[in-house]
Structure formats: structure tokens, C-alpha cells
Design a protein around this ligand. Sequence first.
Ligand code: ATP
Ligand code: MG
Length: 566
Amino acid sequence: MTSSEATNSKNEKPVGPNFIHQIIDKDLKEGKNNSQVVTRFPPEPNGYLHIGHTKSICLNFSTAEKYNGVCHLRFDDTNPDAEDMEYVEAIQEDIKWLGFDWKDKLFYASDYFENIYKMAVQLIECGKAYVCNLSPEEMKFYRGTLTEPGKNSPNRDLPVSENLRIFEEMRKGVHPEGSYVLRAKIDMTSPNMNLRDPAIYRIRKTHHQRTGDQWCIYPLYDFTHCLSDSFEGITHSLCTLEFEDHRPLYDWVLDTLNTPCHPQQIEFAKFQLDFTVLSKRNLLRMVKENIVNGWDDPRMPTIRGLRRRGVLPESIRNLYNQVGVTKKESVIELATLEGIIRDDLNECSKRAMAVLDPIKVTITNFPEGKIETLSASVHPMKEDWGKREIPFSREIYIDSDDFMMDPPNKYFRLGPGKKVRLRNAYVIQCDEVITHPDGTVKELLCSYDPDTAHGKTPEGQKKVKGIIHWVNRSTALEAEVRLYDRLFTVNQPSADKSKDFTEYLNPLSLNIIKKAYLEPSLKEALESDRFQFERVGYFCLDKDSKTDQLVFNRTITLKDTWSKIK
Ligand code: ATP
Ligand code: MG
């Protein structure tokens, strides 16, 4: 665990058995892999990690942990066009924040380029790979379709010596990009398209963030991944369902070549969340097109975004534990994640009061100039967290939502002539409403009942139904408060391929309140703190916050308001 946030695992539920663990149990029983379990998480450093990736991270790391094995972090960095060191660093930070540790097992596919090259040469030497100069259009034509077999490339029977010579020339940069690829020689008539002589190397004259200009040919995913797994002694290579059709190729490469070991590829269903877009390509678009303010925008489903929003790492692990691992595709309701986030925050959030949309209230029978110090629990269930001091005086703020000029019968907040309890303080009664010329409320004149002090009122005496939050005016801290809502208005924003997902953006996903009033105890807030602003939601300090300009994010409301709207 690297951050204080990651240590609060009190709420964490144990991981239940899943079909992958059943396979591993059987392997261990049979003494397979010398009874070792080695997994890996293999991100491509072409973007920031999102909540989908957390399933793979939790599965790989917790599986290794369960069986006293190790989980490697391996960057699958074979496509220099889209990759960047910025992503390499961010991915590591995000995994640590989630609470996982790869110890000294940090690897890069690019470290294997020389070995992978040697493997390609080995394949050519045994007549199982050939260089091919078909154009992309020709390649497509020869490939066939799902219903028609492909045809052999005219290059398929080039002599081994010729293949070796040209492949070496490709490496030396003699041939331009796109002029040649190296293909595995498998079966152009296979019903599995992945086995129709797939390309395994291509020419790309692009600077690589780690190997610089050392290489101008790069191995493709299907060739790189199985070899990297084998070089590292991975026992169980866990990946998402779309790789199921690639498994025969994974196995073909490892069966055909002389490799250190043959890991077992096992596929599982991806995490999908409703109201959310997850592909890195689309997330990158949202960043580039300024739809959001960067990868760590609190509305983003990235680990960064969730973290900045105030979500705890254990909530993400709890989501994984709750949803489990299966082979069946399903969409998780965002409400499930939100419920977990609320439960976890309820446990660890300090209580405070904040008024986001103020109305001034003057307590006419409270002496001018006097400040009374009241006190309230920092957390109602945790006596040992102590008390906080709450100043109370003649002028306070309440939220405009808590007052109605002409309230209906069952309105238990404030209205002309009505009584309400101020949370942690006294009962007040609204005696007079002062309005602006346009009729909106300017100020309320109220009187308080000194015999109703919080905690001191005898049971059942002077009871009022409503309790509202408030903040003392003279000691209030001013802060910017950012409220977030779902980024999309439909539950499957990228399902309709004829529409662009940006058509479903929620225009109200960000609401910035420039001047909210907070109780003074929040002056001491730390970035690692979590707060429940009573009746308003869960909040945390934003990284933009400064001593003289506090900025708070609302992580989540107290209740699921969307379920009512839907
Ligand atoms: P995206 O499709 O969002 O762009 P990706 O699959 O291209 O993501 P990688 O960096 O290749 O991203 O993924 C690293 C690992 O995370 C892979 O093993 C991949 O299968 C897994 N992964 C990606 N998305 C999900 C998801 N939604 N649920 C579970 N695992 C995922
Ligand atoms: Mg990918």
C-alpha cells in the first residue's frame, strides 16, 4: 500500500471463488507449473488506465496474492506511434494507488525486441514464416472472408534464405514502411481468420520512447504477447474475451518455437459500466476535444478521474469483489458502483456543514457580537474521532432549498411562521421574510429558542420534524465547490454505431459553485480527508485547492437521485 487512502480496507469483502481460481486449483493439485502461479497485467502505454482495466488489475494481482505467487507489470510497448512515457509513469502510479505492488517485476515488451527478433528468425528457418510484399488491398483480397477461405500469397514459398535476407534488410531499414511484413505460415483456409498467415512484424520508422531509433521493425501484438509471457515464465495469462479467437495463434507460436514455457491463456468478460464510455481511444478524444478537462477530470472513468473525484481505492476493489469474474458479458449499473462508493465513504468521512446556495438568516433574539461555541461529533459512529467546534451567532446562512415561501403541507423545512431545528444547534422559527424587489428572498428574520440546544432537549420536548444544515456567517470559510453528474444521458453511449457518443453528452455534468460557505473546521482539511457535508453529499479537497481559495469536489450525493428520474 502506498497511500494512506489505500489502507482503509475495513469494508473490503473477500474475493469469492471464480472459474479461473478453479482452473488454478486444479493445476496446483496436478503439480503443473512446479506449483507456481505467475500472472501479469500487460497495459499498452497509449493512454491512462480506466475502470475497465481495474478488473484486470484486481484479478491478476489478487490471484497472484491468493496463491502466494507474483504478478508482473509488463508494458506492452510495441506500437511507438501511440505510446508515451507520460502514460508509462501514470499507469504505475495508478496501480500503486489501487493498492497493488509488482515488487521488482517490472517489464517492457520492448526489452525483448532482440529475443523476439531471434524467434522470428527461428520461425523463418523452420519454414514457418515468410516476408510478404502484398499491398494492403491485395492482402485483404487474399485473406478471404468469414465464409470464404483465403488464398496463398504468391510470396508464401519464397526460399528460407531469401526470407532471411529480406527480413534482415527490413531490420536494417533498407525497405520503406508498408513495403513488407513478416507473416506466420499457418493456414489460409482456416475458419479462424487469425490463423490465415497473420502478420507478425511490420516496418515502422518511428522513434520508440524506450528503444529510440534502434528498431524500425516492430513485432505485432499476437507474436509479442505469447513470447513475452513465455520469457517471463507466466503460468496463467488472463485476458479479456475478445482474445479467445487469438488463443489458437498464441498456442501455435509457442508450440512451433522453442520457448521456455507455454503459459495457459484464459479469457474473462470485460467490465462494462452503463452511462460510461471506456475505450482509451474515446477517452483520448474527450481530452483532446476539451469535452473534459484532462485525463483526471473527476467526471472521467479513469483511475485518475475517480481518484481526484474522491473515490477510495477500496471502493474500486470492492466493485471487483462484488461483481466477480465470469465469462459472461454484462453491463454493471453505475448505481452499483455508486452504492459501494457511498458505503465506503460513510465509514471514513468526517462530518461537516456547508451551505452551497445561501440565504442569510438573522436570529433577532440572539445578542449582537456574541459567538457561542457549539460542538458536534466528527463522526456519529466514532466517538474516538472526537468533536468539532461549531460557532453560532446572530447571522447564519441556510441553503435556499430549505426555505419555501408557500410550502406544501408535508414540507418539514422552513417557511413563514414555521419552525425547524438547525442541525447541531437550536430550533428557530421564521418570523419575517425580507424580499428583493423581484420577489426573491433576501433575508429571513428568525428567533431561536435557547431551551432547545442540541443534545440538551429532554426527550420528546419541543420536537420539530425538520432538521436543516447551516453555517455561521462571520466565521464561514468561502470555497469553490464543484458538483458532478454523469457525463452521458443514455446508458449505452457508444452502443449505436451510427451515432457519435458525443451526441449523448450531459450538458449539466459539471456545476461549479463559486462561493459556497463552509464551517470553519474545514480549514484544516487535507487532500487525503473525506467529508460528508451533512445532507449535501460526500466531498474532498481538489488538487486545485489553495489556502486562500479552497476548492472541494463532490464525490457523490447522499442518495441515488437518478433512480428516481429514470
Ligand atoms: P481499451 O479497449 O479501453 O482501449 P485496451 O484493452 O486497449 O483498452 P490495454 O492497455 O491493452 O487496453 O489493456 C491492458 C489489459 O487490461 C488487457 O489485458 C485488457 O484485456 C484489460 N482490459 C482492458 N479493458 C478492460 C475491461 N473493460 N475490463 C477488463 N479488462 C480490461
Ligand atoms: Mg489494446
